[in-house]
Design a protein around this ligand. Structure first.
Ligand code: 3NM
Length: 244
């Protein structure tokens, strides 16, 4: 195939194993951060339901749930609502909590540089689930270029307000260098908007991961999402339109 650009290593999951790895990864990878959700359980459930439905209806095929602050019990409850709302098709990725993926009926996990080695995460996950890892510079990309991961994220590409203590921005140049260091699907993250997404893809990313330009920034407490679910769907569509 003209899209073929290399083969994943033996450690990859069924998600990319044996197929052209860069051809299968979705171009838009929204991340729903728990910071945009209300604490009240009833409100929270409705918010999750509507936000997830709206972006899935917009055409989103992969979605990460990122919750850095709550208990496993809360994360698991949220994750189950998300799966219910998304239906069986979308690929759902949980941030960090490898041990909850199976119970949540999620498809995979995203780990950071400090969470756990790819080999350890792969051992817990088994061969068939999706595993992604964060990197913050091209050297870190090179270090996991042949690891048992399905994709490599690099960021922040641009300044971001959605992550505490972000690493220094890598810019488009960082994406270009990262692209030279791996054949795996490369996901760019950090401050990406519809205005910059095409330049990021042209620099070599296969996908853009996005929090605030789709879901907004959380207002916290009991106030609920800053962005209406319909608006989140429109935002996702704005990205997807660019990639058609
Ligand atoms: N990880 P936004 S940047 C979750 O550099 C996350 O690894 C990053 O949110 C990294 O699209 C980031 O609002 C925040 O900038 C992305």
């Amino acid at each position: 195939s003209c899209l073929e650009s290399g083969f994943p290593g033996e450690g990859d999951s069924a998600y990319t194993r044996g197929v052209s790895p860069r051809a299968v990864f979705p171009t838009l990878y929204p991340i729903l951060d728990a910071g945009v959700l209300s604490q009240d359980p009833t409100l929270r459930r409705g918010e999750l339901l509507r936000l997830v439905r709206c972006v899935v209806d917009a055409g989103v095929t992969i979605l990460q749930y990122r919750n850095k602050q709550d208990t496993d019990t809360q994360v698991l409850e949220d994750a189950r609502w998300i799966r219910d709302a998304a239906g069986p098709e979308p690929t759902l990725i949980l941030n960090d909590r490898v041990h909850l993926v199976e119970q949540a009926a999620f498809d995979g996990v995203h780990v950071g540089q400090h969470d756990m080695t790819p080999a350890e995460a792969r051992r817990i996950l088994g061969p068939d689930r999706v595993l992604g890892i964060s990197t913050h510079n091209p050297d870190q990309v090179a270090a996991v270029a042949d690891a048992a991961v399905d994709y490599i994220a690099i960021g922040p590409v641009f300044a971001t307000a959605s992550k505490q203590n972000p690493d220094p921005v890598v810019g488009l140049e960082g994406v270009r260098t990262a692209r030279q260091r791996t054949q795996k699907p490369l996901v760019a993250i950090g401050g990406i908007t519809p205005q910059t997404a095409l330049a990021v893809m042209e620099a070599g990313a296969d996908s853009v991961a996005v929090i605030s330009a789709i879901f907004g920034t959380g207002l916290g407490a009991e106030r609920g999402p800053a962005i209406a679910p319909e608006q989140a769907g429109k935002n996702a569509k704005d990205f997807l339109r660019l990639f058609r």
